[in-house]
Ligand binder design. Structure first.
Ligand code: RP5
Length: 146
């Protein structure tokens, strides 16, 4: 069964961070789809998207009061990886929005703007049950590719 990743971003302005994740997933041969769906501006659409999604891992990229990853986590038990985006307070506001999720609604959080690590973490999760992804991930990290 093919494993897939959803890359969500809160705004079109997060696109550059999403591209970093896309680049890594493409190198690792992991299928993905990318959507702009704001937790604040289109929460009903987000609800429907997560509910219907067949993806195995969600990467949620958001800045400012970054509710997107936490909102996604509230809708699914699948892994949610949050990527804080540098904003008015150098991204600290979105870091806190993700790492300070209440118990029971987890968001695994990577560094500010680090779409690359989000994709590598997603790949590591998929690699647990997919030997081909595991092999490609090992090769990628062995060569220190960025
Ligand atoms: C967040 O607010 C988005 O994820 C983005 O990082 C930030 C600014 O959004 P825009 O005002 O550029 O749409 O919801």
């Amino acid at each position: 069964m093919t494993r897939t990743v959803s890359i969500l971003m809160g705004s079109e302005s997060d696109r550059e961070i999403a591209k970093k994740a896309e680049t890594v997933l493409e190198k690792l041969g992991i299928p993905y789809e990318t959507r702009v769906i704001s937790a604040h501006r289109s929460h009903k659409e987000l609800d429907r998207y997560v509910e219907d999604s067949k993806s195995d891992v969600f990467i949620a990229i958001a800045g400012l009061a970054a509710h997107l990853p936490g909102f996604v986590s509230s809708l699914t038990t699948k892994p949610v990886i949050g990527v804080p985006v540098s904003g008015k307070l150098a991204g600290l506001e979105s870091v806190l929005s993700m790492v300070q999720m209440p118990s029971g609604v987890p968001v695994g959080t990577v560094g500010v703007d680090n779409g690359t690590n989000a994709a590598l973490l997603a790949a590591a999760i998929l690699a647990i049950s997919d030997p081909a992804t595991s092999k490609r991930l090992l090769e990628y990290r062995s060569f220190g590719t960025k």
